[in-house]
Design a binder for this molecule. Structure first.
Ligand code: SF4
Length: 498
């Protein structure tokens, strides 16, 4: 075990020398980035399998203050001094932080204007795989798919490119690598390169720290992709179907490192849908470890999993009904029945859990006011029936995503979303044992802009950052660059993008 001065515990000893120096940047805070398995997986791959030096950096600010360069945690050097700056991007909402990171570190924003001695800027992760276009002009290369099958060849090609110092020649070479998109040379991204989960290690934590969402927990994925295709979900539609890691693959890793942690978190799009989930869960619990899971679907919820979670001390569970009525759930491609939700809550209560988190969306296509009022009714009946449970309701506006059935339907107007938000709050008013948090509608609107946007988004973000990075700065930048109000852009159909 390697103990870092920050109190981090490393599961491997990072290399001190290598042919390539990579700054791996998560475009959000340390807390958010280290809670995400992406950065752990890429760090291990880069260091271990690709023999490159890899240092991490995080982008804590999005205030528009461009005076301080982004520096790595390990050596406190600006990311501009590395051979490669690699962004691991899970959420579109973090795009402004990527632009901010380059501008504040003195790295030329657009790949085609970058000087020979500047770093190669590459990007990867689910958000960029789903729609790389909004930031396409910024990257020398974008990883379209899963790092395990792309990074080794990509880093080899980059090693050669660093010696040659000819960006154009480098792009040509990078474009030959399977799963690599070189936007300056290609008009379309390549098809997604998927790893064969039978032959790779499941992504897992390689650094344990208390400053994450699941403090000091060893996170390990049990599947890639998702076998459901909810109409609004880009991940389920692009990373389809689920590829499950076998019981042995998961348990071997947990047991290899088990002296270093007391709790394990199982991660995937729908953990409860893994065919061996009860066996995996009980094996971990019987090894004396605490167990948590990232997500379940109420219609695929084996009782043994809840029993194992409860035995290990878990007191909360998350269910995502998405909306209040079975009719609308069916219409959005997630046909969970009310009785599935009640069964989930009944299991939680039976096994002594205390808290249930429920996720909802509003502003969905074909949604009526009755669907929203029904959210309140559903929660009210859950509260009345399950007296020992406390409920946390998280709600956000529906955001259209590329490569989904709902992509072309656009987002409801801001005033309509505001009206629906009020209706939702009213429907949940006065119910005991219920806490409600609603994500800012403005944040969701920006997310929609970045999700369905095209190559012009980079200029929108650049302009908005120059004007202070506020919501109104985005409004102004959109009018100037897109030629229309951005609410109009995200509410309209975009058939030309198909
Ligand atoms: S919402 Fe969840 S269950 Fe549905 S497709 Fe997406 S990841 Fe799968």
């Amino acid at each position: 075990m390697h103990v870092h001065s920050t109190g981090e515990r490393w599961l491997f000893r990072p290399r001190q020398s290598g042919r390539l120096r990579v700054a791996l940047v998560y475009p959000n805070s340390y807390f958010v980035g280290m809670s995400n398995l992406g950065i752990h997986a890429v760090l291990r791959l880069t260091d271990d399998e690709c023999a490159a030096i890899c240092e991490r950096a995080f982008v804590e600010v999005s205030s528009g203050d461009l005076s301080k360069p982004i520096t790595t945690l390990e050596s406190n050097r600006s990311i501009s001094s590395f051979d490669v700056v690699a962004f691991s991007v899970s959420f579109e909402g973090d795009y402004p932080n990527i632009v901010h990171a380059l501008l504040s570190s003195g790295i030329t924003l657009r790949a085609r204007e970058r000087k020979p001695l500047e770093p190669f800027v590459i990007g990867g992760g689910a958000a960029l795989t789903i729609n790389p276009e909004p930031l396409a002009d910024l990257f020398d290369a974008i990883v379209i798919g899963e790092a395990e099958v792309i990074m080794p060849q990509l880093l080899q090609a980059l090693e050669r490119a660093i010696t040659a110092r000819d960006r154009m020649q480098a792009w040509e070479e990078l474009a030959q690598v399977q799963g690599v998109y070189v936007p300056q040379m290609m008009s379309y991204p390549p098809t997604i390169a998927f790893a064969d989960t039978r032959y790779i290690e499941p992504a897992h934590s390689v650094i344990l720290t208390s400053s994450t969402e699941f403090a000091d927990t060893f996170l390990i994925e049990v599947a890639r992709g998702c076998s459901f295709k909810c109409h609004y979900c880009a991940y389920g539609n692009r990373y389809h179907p689920a590829r499950h890691f076998r019981y042995e693959q998961v348990l071997d890793l947990v047991r290899r490192y088990r002296k270093m942690f007391a709790s394990v978190g199982l991660v995937s799009a729908v953990v409860s849908a893994h065919p061996e989930i009860e066996r995996i869960a009980w094996a971990i619990v019987e090894d004396g470890l605490r167990l948590s899971i990232s997500s379940v679907r109420a219609d695929v919820l084996p009782e043994g999993l809840i029993a194992a979670l409860s035995r290990s001390g878990s007191i909360s569970m998350t269910i995502a009904p998405e909306t209040g009525t079975e009719r609308l759930r069916a219409a959005i491609g997630k046909p969970i029945k009310d009785e599935d939700i009640f069964r989930g809550a009944a299991l939680a209560e039976k096994y002594g859990m205390r808290y249930i988190k429920l996720y909802f969306m509003f502003g969905l296509p074909n949604e009526s006011d009755e669907d929203i009022i029904a959210i309140g009714e559903l929660v009210r009946s859950l509260v009345m029936r399950f007296k020992r449970l406390h409920f946390t309701i998280s709600a956000c506006a529906f955001v259209p995503k590329r490569h989904t059935k709902f992509e072309l339907l656009g987002m409801a107007a801001g005033s309509e979303l505001e009206r629906k938000r009020k209706l939702l709050v009213k429907s949940l008013k006065g119910i005991e044992r219920v806490k409600l948090s609603v994500e800012s509608i403005r944040m969701s609107q920006l997310q929609a802009l970045f999700s369905i946007g095209d190559r012009r988004m980079l200029s929108v973000i650049e302009k908005a950052i120059a004007d202070g990075n506020s919501f109104s700065a985005y409004r102004k930048a959109a009018v100037e660059i897109l030629g229309c109000a951005f609410e109009e852009f995200i509410s309209q159909r975009h058939p030309e993008m198909k």
